[in-house]
Design a protein around this ligand. Sequence first.
Ligand SMILES: [Zn+2]
Length: 125
Amino acid sequence: MTRHETARALGATVLTTAGAVTAFHHLWWETGVFWALALVLVPGAIRERRARHGRERRARIEAERAELATRGPAPLPGPCCRIWKSSEGAAHGADCTRPPAARTILRDAEQRVLDQLDDDTRDTA
Ligand SMILES: [Zn+2]
């Protein structure tokens, strides 16, 4: 907690308690004054708290970015299938290890050629 945040939260707590004590003794206008002053301090405490959390979050993100920058670029993923490698990432084959939603969809003509190639390789093997 910052010094301002602590001071505002402590002040609001003390004023709220003082208001409760004066309410217990039926001193109503003093109760109103204490609680009104507490209500003045609470938004400031909340604002200070949010600003502190924002500063901490920004510092954490900057530290993560600096750490990532020292690591260098991420390694490229390995080829998932032979068709992907030979088509330079444009299409995937039947032996692809990627989930179907992540694959590039072949057009009908491309799929027919791929099936024909697959049949030809089975016949020769
Ligand atoms: Zn693939």
